[in-house]
Design a protein around this ligand. Structure first.
Ligand code: GAP
Length: 589
């Protein structure tokens, strides 16, 4: 798609979202607040449906995943242990002139002539700041522009800008330099930016009545860490056994430097995360004598006891792909990025990003990471509480080994160690712990953003087509082609005329009969064609029209039937009211 077309499509989508009540800017009547969004009546239903489909696919339809609903504010030690306090940051640069802030790695590289100054001197006051400043001149920009911005910069703080005196500042040490693909300049005014420095993305607050360093707390930047922090409680209070997962959906907060692309990157968003705990490969080796590793074409349809982490990782990529297909996001709109060794976090063994083709480019929708035992190990270390599990089967398998076999196992594990700096003593201790049946489970983490999914679903659904009415008039129909499983309204029920009590009564009866199992919308106002168009924009897959045939006014032949209109094809069929619910449920289950 050409850039203009992409922008145009995105603009239309954003405008439809506001006009039809999917998504509004937060606090819009006060001018909005950057990076925060509200879901309107249709958006709230869409989001709820998306949440429900994920919950069903990841938790309810499986035997091996349980749920969690943790608090948003956790003990700050959790974020120290997880590494977020020290390393959860993005590089940030500020414009020296306007103070506007940029994410350094997202600045478009620019080329041109940089005009450097070393300082300035005022003829009328003692103001004489000595510090370097520069302005990048792009094609056709005049050097006077650079001088004007430089004077403005050096005047800051000391020269009265209201009098115009600052325009008389004498600039010092002017020199020019050609620059190519530089990210040191503000893309909008060419002013010099500060060197990139880390900016922690966690939103801080204080708990209790006193604001001091002792009661700093953070709004969680991800839901995952609460799962690790509650791992022991879940294991102790349920009958779960590795391999098993803990999943949760909830709000997360990141003080993004540059929130952008509508709800794609915001400061408050919702995550749907699963931590799926598996046995370490060495435990599998002890139990089964071999570990199944990934190879092209391997059967991922049903988990096997001797699967190693690679198989589990691939399995979850396949599961998540199937989930997306089930809500209408197939291979035509998805892509995958397998992170390269240089992209990977230091603890991750592999990460794949599931990407979606958004109107503004192909970007991450979900990340699926194999994180080893990093998180549990960190929390075990920082909390001082043991988080290992005891595996009866493993202990039994290890006790059947001779001393020579144990030594051979330790040696093999040492040779296969993932980090060269791990010592023989450490490997030996690790193996002896395994022989007793104890280990920290490893984890596969499929982590998806609910708001990004909502945007993906909205983008994929948006369509315009030219249709010709029976009278031969052409018009553009805007239609949201949501999968019936996620559509905010499943079915609209429309009496043909609102001033005909028998039609209204029948339509109300139908609404009542469907309401407990789906979201039904009743609409009696306006011409029927206009009502259909309104439902097309809302993405309602089915419209039921109650007409004179329904109430037997045209004879007994069609009495008790309604027309069922299909949003995508606009075709209509007559079906008995008694068959309606089953037909609609079939499409949504
Ligand atoms: N626990 C792992 C984790 O949080 P992440 O890649 O930082 O990993 C996972 O986030 C998902 O959360 C992303 O794939 C994306 O869908 C969503 N996400 C992250 N930051 C977001 C933001 N600022 N706005 C909206 N969604 C975001």
């Amino acid at each position: 798609m050409a850039k203009d077309e992409q922008n145009n499509r995105m603009e239309k989508l954003v405008s439809l979202c506001k006009r039809r009540g999917f998504i509004f800017q937060s606090s819009e009547i006060y001018g909005g607040i950057n990076g925060f969004w509200d879901y309107g009546p249709l958006g709230a239903e869409l989001k709820r449906n998306l949440r429900d489909t994920w919950w069903k696919a990841v938790i309810r339809q499986r035997d091996d995943v349980v749920a969690l609903d943790a608090s948003i504010i956790l003990h700050p030690a959790v974020w120290k242990a997880s590494g977020h306090v020290d390393t959860f940051s993005d590089p940030m640069s500020d414009c020296l002139l306007t103070k506007s802030r940029f994410r350094s790695d997202q600045i478009e590289p620019q080329s041109g002539t940089a005009v450097w100054f070393s300082g300035a001197r005022s003829a009328t006051t003692s103001h004489a700041p000595e510090r370097p400043f520069a302005v990048l001149l792009r094609k056709n920009e005049n050097i006077e522009q650079a001088r004007r911005l430089a004077r403005e910069y050096y005047a800051e703080g000391s020269v009265d800008k209201t009098t115009g005196d600052w325009m008389n500042l004498e600039l010092l040490g002017e020199r020019q330099e050609e620059v190519v693909n530089s990210t040191r300049f503000n893309p909008s005014n060419g002013g010099l930016l500060t060197e990139p420095r880390p900016f922690n993305l966690m939103l801080k607050t204080h708990t209790g009545p006193v604001e001091s360093d002792d009661n700093v707390a953070y709004l969680r930047p991800e839901t995952a860490q609460a799962i690790f922090a509650q791992f022991k409680n879940v294991v102790d209070s349920t009958r779960v056994k590795v391999p098993f997962g803990i999943a949760q959906i909830g709000k997360a907060f990141r003080n993004e430097i540059t929130p952008r692309n509508f709800i794609f990157r915001s400061r408050e968003f919702e995550q749907m995360e699963l931590e799926f705990f598996i046995r370490p490969d060495e435990a599998i080796e002890l139990l089964y004598g071999n570990v199944t590793r990934w190879e092209e074409g391997a059967d991922l349809s049903s988990p096997q006891p001797n699967w190693g982490w690679e198989m589990w990782h691939r399995y979850w990529v396949a599961e998540r792909t199937a989930y997306y297909a089930g809500i209408g996001l197939g291979p035509d709109v998805l892509d995958y990025y397998w992170q390269q060794p240089e992209d990977l976090a230091h603890y991750a063994r592999a990460t794949v990003d599931i990407l979606f083709k958004f109107p503004f480019g192909t970007e991450e929708l979900e990340g699926i990471a194999a994180r080893g035992d990093f998180d549990l190990r960190q929390h075990q270390k920082h909390s001082g509480k043991p988080l290992e599990v005891f595996d009866e089967e493993l202990k039994a398998a290890a006790s059947a080994l001779s001393e020579d076999q144990r030594q051979a196992f330790i040696q093999k594990t040492f040779e296969n160690r993932s980090k060269p700096e791990t010592t023989e003593a450490e490997i030996s201790a690790y193996c002896h712990n395994l022989f007793k049946g104890n280990y920290l489970p490893h984890v596969i983490e499929p982590s998806a953003g609910l708001d990004r999914l909502a945007l993906a679903i909205l983008s994929a659904a948006y369509d315009e087509e030219v249709v010709t009415s029976d009278g031969g008039k052409s018009e553009t129909r805007t239609v949201m082609r949501f999968h019936p499983r996620v559509a905010p309204i499943t079915c609209a029920v429309l009496p043909l005329l609102k001033n005909k009590p028998a039609l209204v009564e029948k339509a109300r009866e139908i609404v009542q009969s469907l309401r407990s199992q789906m979201n039904v919308f009743y609409d009696e106002s306006g011409a029927i064609g206009r009502r259909y168009r309104r439902q097309d924009e809302a993405g309602t897959p089915f419209c039921v029209t109650v007409d004179f045939d329904t109430i037997g006014e045209n004879g007994p032949e069609n009495e008790g039937t309604v027309t069922l209109r299909h949003r995508d094809s606009m075709t209509q069929e007559r079906i008995p009211i008694t068959a309606l619910k089953a037909r609609l449920l079939e499409a949504t289950l």
